[in-house]
Ligand binder design. Structure first.
Ligand code: SF4
Length: 348
């Protein structure tokens, strides 16, 4: 078995220090590590879930990969007594909300999310007090405490559908992502939709200038754009001006990108989201040249889930995710209302 010299390497760096922690690169080392992960998972009766933005070796060793909501639903349906969630903390919380009877572990509990952290439950309560009677719609990238203050959750796939289902005379508070909110307001034409000014530092860094330059260098390429990206507006604008044919611009959730990847007839596709997504897209269609709009759009929080951290989680049963039952029940209701409205597809 490979000895991971110090499972704490990387996983226990300060949460604010988002340097790239260690990866496994040697094929033999990866094979030995993966065999040990699988053995420990069986021993612990655990299912290993990996978000699409995880390191390639983590995605490859997992039982399931996907977006945050799809993985949480897999967690709830699984027979395993333990869920090891390789993603960021709010995602593991959502798995715990939907599967409260299971033990949920995250390999490093300090793997946060700048978007989820852009609004607290206290800030949301204060915002609600300014708009009595408004309906609160929260993107799934929120903490359990914020979901508990929410009327209905949404994903990037169904945000438009969820908002359109609300009485047009009622105000809507949409949070936390300003780019997704702008996209929803543009599509629904809704004037009484208030958008929280939150953003993800990774997606905000994928800007219109980078997208324009890449699109002009490869005019035949399709564009896959996640609506949280700062460039979603630019992508639609480019399509509107005819600079890029509208049929080449696809605003998609990460799950939608995978479906589109299998069906594209293009030789190359420009991808505007976190770079970890490229691994799944290339696996889905090896004949296509998938390229990042911004090669540096890598989420340091996601990459805190290192091979060593996953090994430690399975050996030591940590870090356990705990959500108090009252918060979990209220949060679960907001997720279930979303599912009742329509097909949630995937979030990030
Ligand atoms: S890419 Fe952005 S939204 Fe996604 S987990 Fe990282 S910080 Fe959060």
């Amino acid at each position: 078995m490979t000895v991971i010299a110090d499972p704490d390497t990387g996983a226990h760096e300060p949460a604010t220090d988002l340097v790239e922690p260690r990866s496994l690169t040697d094929a033999d080392e990866i094979g030995s590590w993966a065999a040990e992960i699988r053995r420990l998972a069986r021993e612990r009766d655990a299912v290993v879930l990996a978000h699409n933005y995880q390191r390639p070796e983590i995605q490859d060793v997992a039982d399931h990969t996907g977006d945050s909501l799809a993985l949480s639903r897999i967690a709830a349906a699984s027979d395993a007594s333990t869920i090891v969630f390789c993603g960021v903390h709010f995602m593991a919380e959502t798995a715990k909300i939907l599967a409260p009877e299971k033990t949920v572990l995250i390999p490093d509990e300090r793997a946060g999310c700048s978007l989820a952290d852009s609004i607290s439950a206290d800030e949301l309560r204060a915002w609600k007090a300014e708009h009595p009677g408004a309906v609160v719609v929260s993107y799934v990238n929120t903490t359990a405490a914020v979901k508990a203050e929410t009327d209905v959750c949404c994903t990037s796939s169904n945000a438009v559908e969820v908002v359109a289902s609300i009485d047009p005379d009622r105000e809507v508070l949409f949070l936390p992502d300003q780019f997704l909110g702008a996209h929803v307001r543009r599509v629904t034409g809704r004037e009484n939709l208030h958008v929280w000014a939150g953003e993800c530092h990774v997606h905000a860094g994928i800007n219109g200038a980078a997208l324009t330059a890449k699109a002009q260098a490869d005019p035949d390429a399709d564009l896959f754009v996640h609506p949280e990206c700062g460039c979603a507006t630019s992508a639609l604008y480019l399509a509107g001006t005819g600079a890029v044919p509208a049929e080449q611009v696809h605003i998609l959730s990460t799950g939608g990108m995978l479906d589109a990847a299998k069906n594209t007839t293009k030789a190359s596709v420009l991808v505007a989201t976190e770079v970890g997504m490229l691994h799944q897209l290339r696996r889905a269609n090896p004949l296509v040249d998938f390229r990042a709009v911004n090669d540096r759009a890598s989420c340091g929080y996601m990459k805190m889930i290192t091979p060593g951290a996953l090994l430690r989680a399975l050996r030591e049963g940590r870090d356990e995710v705990v959500v108090d039952p009252a918060t979990a029940a209220a949060a679960r209701a907001s997720v279930q209302r979303m599912i009742a409205i329509g097909q949630p597809g995937g979030g990030e």
